[in-house]
Design a protein around this ligand. Structure first.
Ligand SMILES: [Zn+2]
Length: 393
């Protein structure tokens, strides 16, 4: 084999060296470029540049957005249905140790009810929950909005303190107990389902007798019996007087009783009532007769004469107020000493004859709930006047 010349060997070595240099330089350049690109990408990631999204595709919501939307819809759903506990379960604040703490439910309820009544505060509060700046925390698999502090009133933007708002929160409800006025009224709804013709004296020590309970009149037009109408109005009167602060004692609250007129007067006095109001309706052979009246004893009444003036005052106050309220024709105060239920009374007593069931128009009026309310208002106004007159001397 022919040995290569020395020159050829040198050229070959130079050529090889040049290739090695080129490869190294090229590699270094490529690596540098790669590093530069990687650093640029890293910088881009660190700068949290939002990815560019083409206009044709909507960005998929990130998990963070879903969590907020779910929590918000739970919270607002609970708010709108007044489910305070449920709403409270969506909220926390951080206590001084940095732990998640629940809001007091009573304060929460007060605050929420106040917000709902004040639209100008309620909407921003809902906006606060929706805001990205409001922290969401998770604990034991449950997620909460974490509000800025313990004082909900401050957070909701209410300019006043809980103490200042308290009177507004305590809005009076219809079920609120009325303030007792110290007076007690006995109401006797006249008659009962079956009359009782057995006799009893018309007054203490009297030889004269009357049926224990007459059967009463009835309305051919309305189809009502007097005892039914009397009870219906008396029950409404009971509620109205109670609402005005009177204590009320009812002689009967059903039609299925058998209580004589003497017994009714005795029951009223035994109840400790200040006055007895007996509710009746009238009847007449003349169907054109209509109007209201009240009954009181005369000062010459042998049984109850000493109470006669009080009874007459009570009767006058009630008939005046009754006719003012209902527009019924007034037949005034009828003075009579023939009524057992008056003669046996030991407290001021009146009989209210609301109208004539034998008159078709008045019968139908008295059967209507609207007119019954007017009658009840009138009687109650009369009772008010009676006691107002007493306190004025
Ligand atoms: Zn009657």
């Amino acid at each position: 084999m022919k040995r290569p010349s020395r020159i050829k060997v040198n050229i070959l070595l130079i050529f090889i060296a040049a290739i090695v240099v080129a490869v190294v330089v090229g590699g270094l350049w490529a690596y540098g470029r790669y590093r530069a690109e990687e650093e640029a990408k890293q910088k881009a990631r660190e700068a949290t540049v939002t990815p560019v999204v083409t206009a044709t595709e909507t960005p998929a919501p990130t998990p963070e957005v879903n969590i907020r939307e779910e929590l918000l819809s739970a919270a607002v759903g609970a708010l709108d249905k007044n489910r305070i506990t449920e709403f409270g379960n969506c909220l926390r604040y951080r206590d001084e140790q940095g732990n998640l703490a629940s809001y007091d439910e009573k304060a929460l309820a007060d605050c929420v009810l106040y917000l709902r009544a004040h639209e100008e505060l309620y909407e921003p509060f809902r906006g606060l929950l929706a805001a990205e700046t409001t922290e969401i925390a998770e604990e034991g698999g449950n997620r909460y909005f974490v509000l800025a502090g313990k004082n909900l009133w401050e957070i909701t933007g209410t300019p006043r303190t809980e103490e200042e708002i308290a009177p507004e929160l305590a809005t009076p409800t219809p079920t609120e107990a009325p303030v007792p006025n110290g007076q007690k009224i006995a109401i006797d709804p006249g008659h009962q389902a079956q009359g009782d013709s057995e006799q009893e004296p018309v007054g203490p020590g009297s030889d004269q007798t009357k049926a224990k309970v007459a059967s009463g009149t009835h309305g051919d037009t309305s189809g009502l019996n007097e005892y039914e109408l009397n009870l219906a109005v008396s029950l409404k009167l009971r509620d109205e007087l109670a609402a005005r602060g009177y204590e009320v004692y009812m002689i009967r609250e059903t039609n299925e009783v058998n209580i004589s007129n003497r017994e009714r007067a005795e029951m009223a006095a035994a109840s400790g009532a200040d006055i007895l109001v007996r509710i009746h309706a009238n009847g007449s052979a003349d169907t054109s007769v209509q109007g209201a009246l009240t009954m009181a004893p005369s000062t010459g009444n042998p049984y109850v004469g000493s109470l006669a003036l009080e009874c007459q005052k009570l009767s006058q106050d009630i008939i005046d107020a009754f006719c003012a309220s209902t527009g019924a024709a007034s037949q005034g105060v009828y003075i009579t000493d023939e009524m057992s239920g008056i003669n046996w009374s030991t407290i001021p007593v009146t009989i209210v004859e609301m109208g004539y069931m034998t008159n078709p128009d008045e019968d139908l009026r008295m059967a209507s709930g609207e007119y019954q309310d007017l009658m009840v208002q009138g009687i109650a106004n009369g009772v008010d006047s009676y006691f107002a007159g007493q306190s004025n001397g």
